[in-house]
Design a protein around this ligand. Structure first.
Ligand SMILES: [Zn+2]
Ligand SMILES: [Zn+2]
Length: 359
């Protein structure tokens, strides 16, 4: 029997025929990268291949790397194997990677979500025989409401705070979530301020042509009183810190909100010390995962991160040939910013990390 098209190694997902890895977590010669988040695009690879849309953030984060880029849908031959990148709808530039050999097709999803967010190229299902999927939110309790509804909730919260003379501090990951929120909220309500980690990513994405509203970078010199009724977008770990307390206004302490898929779980918001939780994720919910998997037409499913054991069992009950594979990928991190953290496979608390590193 021929070797499988993709294998799962302690360095990452490997294609023996093409001699390349996908999203490796240890140094390899040739790496195909699904997107710029730190658990997928790591330092130390000999050569990188990624989409044009993912490249600027990767260069910003990883410095002077040997990086070749492709457009969505463009086919390359690597080794003897055909590869192409297809929209994953997770963050700008994010891709599913399709690998084909003599009519056999495997797809590695990276991270994905199926709802169009107005900023990332929307998710496109890709037909395949084997599908390697995340399942960060692979439980029925995770059922997202449309983004427009969540944006309206955030607007109402911001408007109410502004009327009461309070700032609104919204915790959101610096790459992806923050920009998606900036593009979705009603910027007529008041000024928008950004933490440096968010604004650095904004600058990279604006430079590649993405449309974001005007924002004001918060620096140590910023006079926080000069922006009454502001929305302040910051990494989640900035909530509850002295940095956040600077925004006290005539109406008192700022109100804090946290936008994450985890806000669907009772108790998480309270433990995070946020006044409001907004259920918004850059990952597919239960229905999204199931729909995406069905649309691939694949019979073999490999689950990489999230509620893997439960989700694998569910898929097996549906008749799929399903297996869990061990990886170092993270889901939607609760504490550290997923963009910045390097701690594989868990929501390990590391509250200062993204503040110190910035993106
Ligand atoms: Zn990601
Ligand atoms: Zn990830």
């Amino acid at each position: 029997m021929a070797e499988p098209l993709l294998t799962f190694t302690d360095r990452g997902i490997y294609c023996p025929d093409g001699d390349f890895h996908i999203d490796p977590w240890r140094p390899v010669d040739r790496a195909l990268i699904t997107h710029g988040h730190a658990d997928h695009a790591r330092d130390g690879m000999g050569r990188y291949l990624a989409t044009e849309g993912a490249a600027p953030v990767m260069r910003h984060r990883l410095g002077d790397i040997r990086l070749d880029t492709v457009r969505y849908g463009e086919t390359r031959t690597v080794g003897g194997v055909e590869v192409s990148f297809h929209p994953a709808g997770h963050v700008p530039g994010s891709a599913q990677i399709r690998v084909a050999r003599r009519g056999e097709v495997w797809v590695v999803s990276g991270d994905y979500k199926v709802e169009a967010d107005g900023l990332s190229t929307p998710f496109e299902p890709v037909r395949c025989h084997a599908f390697v999927t995340e399942c960060t939110f692979g439980l029925p309790v995770f059922a997202w409401r449309p983004q427009a509804d969540v944006a309206a909730e955030i607007d109402a919260w911001w408007r109410g705070n502004a009327a009461a003379g309070r700032a609104s501090i919204l915790g959101a990951y610096a790459l992806g979530k923050a920009q998606r929120l900036l593009a979705a909220v009603d910027c007529g309500i008041g000024p928008i301020l950004t933490h440096g980690a968010v604004e650095n990513t904004n600058a990279v994405l604006r430079a590649q042509g993405l449309m974001l509203p005007d924002t004001v970078r918060v620096t140590p010199e910023t006079d926080t009183k000069a922006h009454p009724g502001a929305l302040v977008v910051a990494p989640p770990s900035a909530l509850g810190t002295p940095w956040a307390r600077r925004f006290a206004g005539p109406g008192g302490a700022p109100s804090t909100g946290f936008a994450s898929g985890w806000m669907a779980l009772r108790g998480v918001r309270r433990r995070r010390g946020a006044d409001r939780g907004f259920v918004l994720s850059d990952h597919a919910d239960w229905a999204g995962l199931n729909a995406a998997i069905a649309e691939t037409g694949a019979e073999r499913i490999f689950v990489t991160h999230g509620y893997t054991a439960i989700f694998r069992r569910w898929l097996a009950e549906l008749g799929y040939d399903a297996a869990v594979v061990e990886t170092a990928y993270e889901g939607e991190s609760l504490d550290a910013d997923a963009d910045e953290s390097d701690q594989g496979g868990q929501n390990a608390p590391s509250p200062r990390e993204d503040l110190e590193k910035g993106l």
